[in-house]
Design a protein around this ligand. Structure first.
Ligand code: HEM
Length: 140
């Protein structure tokens, strides 16, 4: 991943942090609108889950320059998602809800370059998670 891509994503995430609560609200509203079939996978009360998502995204974004060091944690997270009932196709819905959230949250700061940088970052994370899930299922 190019250093400029990493820097762009990290800088933009700093602007999301102060509005993390609202961003999480937008994200799940959008996700459940475009992929209602995933709603039952989540708890009725989403308060904790909302915090987890933003925290995890923050950790991932901070560690983009040394992704290989956090690779085992991302792989483990991917494998764990099998137990939630998550399928490969759901990653597209989550990615789309994430980009939508960033677009709404960042307003004028949301540029085509930033969109492609975030797409690259999300795709990298999702690819690692899906790969780990497939490996776990093949081993089972
Ligand atoms: C890059 C993509 C993703 C990241 C970084 C991510 C991150 C996380 C994290 C950190 C947790 C909490 C794990 C724990 O409590 O130990 C979690 C839980 C969960 N995730 Fe994901 N996730 C991703 C993709 C997805 C997708 C595609 C779905 C499908 C709808 C999904 C559905 C869930 C569900 C259902 C839970 C459990 C909710 C609960 O019972 O609290 N995630 N995710």
């Amino acid at each position: 991943m190019a250093p400029e891509t990493i820097e762009m994503v990290q800088e933009s995430f700093k602007k999301v942090v102060p509005i993390a609560g609202a961003a999480a609200d937008i994200f799940y509203l959008r996700l459940f609108e475009i992929a209602p079939e995933v709603r039952p996978m989540f708890p009725e009360n989403m308060v904790k889950q909302k915090g987890k998502l933003m925290q995890m995204l923050g950790t991932a974004v901070q560690n983009l320059h040394r992704l290989e060091e956090v690779l085992p944690a991302i792989q483990e997270l991917g494998a764990k998602h099998i137990d939630y009932g998550v399928k490969d196709t759901h990653y597209d819905a989550v990615g789309s809800a994430l980009l939508y959230t960033l677009e709404k949250g960042l307003g004028d700061d949301w540029t085509p370059e930033l969109k492609s940088s975030w797409t690259e970052v999300y795709t990298a994370l999702a690819t690692i998670m899906k790969g780990a899930a497939a490996a776990r299922q093949a081993a089972a």
